[in-house]
Design a protein around this ligand. Sequence first.
Ligand code: G3P
Ligand code: CA
Length: 286
Amino acid sequence: MKKTWRWGLCVLLVICLVIGASVILEREKQVSFVSLLPSDKVLNIAHRGASGHAPEHTLIAYDLAEKMNADYLEIDLHMTADHQLVAIHDEDVGRTTNGVGFVSDLTLAELKELDAGTWFNQAYPELANPDFIGVTIPTLAEIFELFGLDSDYYIELKDPDDEMIDAFLTVLNKYDLLEADKVIIQSFSQKALTNIHAQYDEIPLIQLLSKSKTKSANYKKIRQYAAGVGLPFQTLDKAFIEKIQGNGLHVHAFTVNETEDMERLIDWGIDGIFTNYPDRLADVLW
Ligand code: G3P
Ligand code: CA
């Protein structure tokens, strides 16, 4: 009987050792890509350009963001019917142009006919500027032609499929932006991010999460391909930021426009902030 007990204990010990070793090995296997992101300051990310001051996703809004000392130009991308990448947030052109229809149903030539600035003057008469009238939706290539390697880009793929990802990576390579470490890529699509990661594991990726997903997300899984996460700022507090950072991820908050919210998030240790007012954030960070 005694002998049986001893054998039993030995077997149990071996099982515990095996489980313990595999847990340690699994932890070691957990890579971290957080070092791909700048970590010396809170990133000032100009959300759709300086979109609190000028019509979003126009060259004017991006230029203003640069002048306001933004660290990154945030760009949302969609693909046209003729497979061109253009900077626009909505899938439908109705809100930010004088046109109608889905970007994916319109050709670049058709999109270029649209006025992407006048809506802003009408919506915000106190900020209206005649320079905004008649500005067009920019292509990704036009943005890179204008700002080149002088800017850093934080680009979101909206509704990405493999074709869009391939086209996107081709444009980034054409303008030498990957080699120069000038781009962060963000998406709500985990599939798109893991596809990119499989091709280029040195590009910093940000997994965006909607309000309903922040608590249930598997951050250990996300860290296998992403350097950080982008979350609605309303879902964050100090403990939650630290918990995510403890999982080897940076935390970027969107979209933060009020000074008090910026100050509170910075106090809590946030790594980056998307804002329509990069000038306001620059003042807070000064
Ligand atoms: O990309 C971060 C944030 O911009 C996500 O929200 O809807 O403004 O693209 P949205
Ligand atoms: Ca975005």
